[in-house]
Design a protein around this ligand. Structure first.
Ligand code: ZN
Length: 258
């Protein structure tokens, strides 16, 4: 009994911490027309929203951009890049509430893929995005501009590096980036979620799954990879992995018609 109480209490504190709104500069003006055109043209999640939800989405885009620093490294950042980054931050938690990732200070945009030494010229440049909670990467996200743009322009391929990296931050909001997003998981779904994750990772390892094999490298990557697919191509995930789709719907609190 005491254990349940402690678990619930820790959960509540984590939720309060993750959704705290203090320190957010809310001084914004009218949403720029040019930004709306980008959303309508490139962000399929936004396009599917009704008028009221679109205005909520737009306000969150503005607040995110007002409160986060985005810096191009050896590249020019466009309005489109900024809208893509903000959208990737907002989409996963859109139905849950406002959240501006208090532990994230800056997003660095590299022109191309990079390697694990943050090197743009060295070997093995296969990293599309990175987010860190420790050491020199504390509070920083790095994104490949090329991958960032591809993520939104190929709306149905199930790949979106921005959503992927923000999912890692949501996963880590309970202090452990372990593929178990305690801030989203209601107690009764924890065991079923862990069971599905194990089964699906086993299927990837046995070559019996069409999920991006990178998801088989760890529970953390699995959660990020399937969340990308959930937000990019929900119909495919629903058709091929109905149980997983159903539990992700509960996690992200999207409605029946999603
Ligand atoms: Zn990852």
């Amino acid at each position: 009994m005491l254990m349940i109480f402690i678990v619930v209490l820790v959960g509540l504190i984590a939720i309060l911490f993750i959704f705290r709104k203090k320190d957010v500069d809310r001084n914004i003006s009218e949403f720029p027309l040019k930004w709306r055109e980008i959303l309508l043209k490139e962000v399929s999640f936004y396009k599917k929203l009704n008028t009221l939800d679109r205005s909520i989405f737009e306000e969150r885009v503005q607040l995110f951009l007002k409160n986060k620093k985005i810096t191009g490294i050896q590249t020019e950042i466009t309005d489109e890049d900024c809208i893509f980054i903000a959208s990737g931050a907002i989409i996963p938690l859109f139905r849950i509430g406002e959240f501006y990732y208090p532990r994230l200070n800056e997003i660095l945009v590299y022109p191309e893929h990079f390697n694990t030494n943050y090197d743009l010229k060295g070997e093995d440049r296969d990293v599309l995005g990175l987010v860190g909670a420790h050491g020199i990467m504390n509070g920083t996200m790095i994104l490949s501009q090329k991958a960032l743009r591809q993520g939104f322009r190929n709306a149905k391929d199930g790949r979106n590096v921005v959503i992927h990296e923000f999912i890692h931050l949501i996963d880590g909001a309970d202090s452990s980036m372990d593929g178990l997003p305690e801030v989203l998981l209601e107690h009764q779904y924890t065991i079923p979620f862990m069971k599905i994750v194990k089964e699906e990772i086993d299927n990837i390892h046995q070559g019996k799954s069409d999920i991006n094999p990178y998801g088989g490298t760890s529970d953390t990557e699995f959660f990020a990879v399937v969340s990308e697919l959930f937000f990019e191509n929900p119909r495919k995930l629903e058709k091929d992995h109905p149980e997983l789709f159903s539990i992700l719907k509960k996690l992200f609190k999207v409605n029946e018609n999603y």
